[in-house]
Design a protein around this ligand. Sequence first.
Ligand code: NDP
Ligand code: MG
Length: 382
Amino acid sequence: MIPAVQRSTGRPIGIALLGSTGSIGESTLRVLKRHPEEFRLVALVTGSNATALAAQVAEWAPEFVGVVNGSETHRWPSGPECLIAAATHPDVEIVVNAVVGAAGLDATLAALRAGKRVALANKESLVMAGPLVAAAAKAGGGELVPIDSEHSAVLQCVAAQACAPSRLILTASGGPFRTWETERIARATIAETLNHPTWRMGSKITVDSATLANKALELIEAHFLFGLPYDALEAVVHPQSIVHAFVEFPDGSMLAQVGYPSMEVPILYALTHPARLVDAGVERFDPVAAGSLTFEPVRRDVFRAFTLGIAAGRAGGTAPAVFNAANEIAVAAFLEGRIAFGGIADLIDRMLMVHDVQPASSVEVVRAADADVRRLALESIT
Ligand code: NDP
Ligand code: MG
């Protein structure tokens, strides 16, 4: 269970935003813009989009700026170290980790070791190294608060409870292929895959939503965040994306958190938890306008990436890192037109089959498994 913390008052809280040019990064900036008295942007770091970064720097004038894949022509620090410098900056209290993929892991660990709150969008870091992330938080006094909408929903349902939940059900939109036949899905084009019905997000997570790998990543994320066994973690397809999660308590009572799909609500909550701020920028919910809410089972035989991800989560150790690495390589290959949509689950399956699961005893062990799978996966594609 995530402990509540006392929010500091009377002065703006220093924020580092990692992955500022992405979908979550830009949503975070919109949230910060509405609350200048509460938050101060101290550090901005991004991957390679120096043009978008320059515009953000001109607007926000942060103390620290970094671009990981920078070139000589940029005036900012570059290399993966700049993520760590921002994540551990002395004026930063909250690190918003909105980097996509395994590249976010070291910053999550460094920030937690430095005693910061990590507002985590980068679910991949928790999936790869859940026990090590928890150990880093314990060692440094840092705190992990999820941005992912389903996990924010769970946190909001459990935050004021005297008793731990007994079961969680995360909802999934079902993605663009929710009703499609298996053969048609296997041949889906990039454009069809990126056409998500309810959320506008970066391309990697949009593909993960179409394969439902995202929901497996999220169940693993929930396992590590809320400490429940996999038998108590479920996913249900809910095409309207209005209910974000259901939380069951031992007496059979069920709570749910609802709202229109917008990441700005969970982003703000991750910054203020367990407190809340007035936010006039959020569209107020109208249940009549929301209309009918429907729920369906996940088609586990069709969405194999989901089923493989759950199996990896249950296997534990390095298996979730292997699932994540194989998925990242497969998604990139699909987006480059090198494998078919159906090839994503095939590649994940092959990598999980050949990998010898080890206990995730150190970051080095996890990194080695990650690197090994990436090399093997790339070899098997070309
Ligand atoms: P985007 O692809 O839109 O943005 C990714 C960001 O990460 C960009 O700023 C990119 O920089 C940066 N980045 C990429 N590679 C590196 C690297 N090696 N080092 C540092 N920064 C890097 O992704 P999203 O915003 O959609 O997703 C970000 C994370 O949040 C993912 O883990 C995703 O699963 C999670 N998430 C996203 C949701 C959403 O609604 N979008 C919802 C829930 C979770 P640049 O543009 O310069 O390359
Ligand atoms: Mg989510």
